[in-house]
Design a protein around this ligand. Sequence first.
Ligand SMILES: C[S@@+](CC[C@H](N)C(=O)[O-])C[C@H]1O[C@@H](n2cnc3c(N)ncnc32)[C@H](O)[C@@H]1O
Length: 556
Amino acid sequence: MGIELPVVFKEKMKERLGSEFEAFMASYDAQRWYGLRVNRLKISPADYLAIAPKEERLEPILWSEEGFYYEESSRPGKHPHYHAGLYYIQEPSAMVPAELLEVRPGDRVLDLCAAPGGKSTQLAGKLGGEGLLIANDNARERTKALAKNMELAGVRNAVVLNEEPAALADVFAGFFDRILVDAPCSGEGMFRKDESMIRQWERHSVERCSLMQHDILRHAVRMLAPGGRLVYSTCTFSPEENEDQIASLLLDHPELTVYAVPLRYGWSSGRPEWTAAASGSETTRKAAAQVAGTVRLWPHHVQGEGHYAAVLERRPTTEPGRSDVDGHTGAADSSSNKALLIRSEADAVFQKKGRGLQRAGREDYRSSRRGEQQTGRGNNGKNGKNAPRFDKKAHKHARGLSPEQSWLEFAAAVLPGAELWPGRLISYGSRIYLQPQGLPELDGLQVVRAGWYLGEAGKYKFEPSQALALGLSAVEAVQTLDFPSNSPEIIRYLKGETLQRGDESSDGQDGRSAMAQADRLHKGYVLVCTDGFPVGWGKWDGGMLKNELSAGWRWT
Ligand SMILES: C[S@@+](CC[C@H](N)C(=O)[O-])C[C@H]1O[C@@H](n2cnc3c(N)ncnc32)[C@H](O)[C@@H]1O
């Protein structure tokens, strides 16, 4: 075997798996499985299959309609479709937890340990733009990748936070219909994929991870609405981090029950006999028995690296009309958006005892109802009745425009219809966000992305963000330039080059020259697309497409 596994790990697995141990060990020499998940926010799996490069040889992953195995030799990360956010590269068994959460459009969803965002982007796809998603991770550095992946996926209704679960639980008590706890774990299921995990396993003990998981789960449960569902998952095999966690949680929270996951696709049941609770009192044995309904994906039984998942449901409240934070009853329906918590004018401020102040660069985080009036349902801002009132302290444009006005001016010229987008328009210094409706106050929390980041109001003009481009569909923009994904022009654009009329490639797909479309362009912003999907902004001027792709988003 090529991989040097820790002796202690092997001994433990041998003791637990008995006759299955040889097959388990053999899986370390077997082929690895590579997966990608199509991003439903942008394209259906069937439509993606129609445009996918043939050499990817995609094969369906049984447990996810959007999931496909691809061949080791293909490189989906090096394709313009990747830059358009049409899919996320994800280990196949890691697709299971979000599937089990059964998110419905309109739900309030929390992904508590979300970075780098594999499951958050999957959950966002299931929401289909309705409801809201809070993607949180307590590791500041990791939230950068999380935010970027959410932007690449074109998620419009999410907020990215960088908080400890305890702080979130104080704000979001009983708030969420769906919670995913994809816990930090000892990563035994990652040994094959990433050998550095073996060294980390030696450093970070199973016991230490168990303590963290115990803590995270207790806070997560506080945030679950009656009738809500919580999925706990790990990519490790140790029962201390899996069945033991669930048995102990059930003992502490009798309002929770395990939803028994149907065993399909080679999945195996959780192992009550491996828990400490199984050898205790009758009560603890009952809790242990429930973990038989949790699920294990073993690498010797499924085409994936391995995972554990438990689905827990909180009993619906017996008190009629009981509601949480802002009147939401825990039932997922589109009316959740109506249950807005109306924030006071200029309420602002994501600043936590000095910490946030630094992050915010001492800029006020301004939020107001005016954004709702201008962008939400029942918009009557056009008749002037709800003309924005401006905060004197807010960032001012050189022409005297507030950041919000600067955005509205840009949108009117480049994105007609943007004034009808649901959400709350807010500014954070000169940065403008569209925040999903239905959020409680976020005061005191570390906010990485306060919503869909639209762009920045500069001194003289509004600069649209890459997140805005990627969250759009091509039909939303006044001007587009669409390059086939196999054209040299799209690669040149993705590399940050300026394109000029006359640059037409002779081998443009289907004989059409993308740059020839430029004849109809007016001076100004152009949404650059590939195969009809946005990849970024350009500015057309005098026969030239100035590249607006910032360095962090370029093809390298
Ligand atoms: C298994 S990874 C999550 C992977 C992610 N769900 C995905 O699909 O891309 C676990 C994450 O938990 C985060 N984490 C660790 N302790 C945490 C805590 N106390 N609260 C929130 N997140 C935590 C880690 O920073 C790490 O990003």
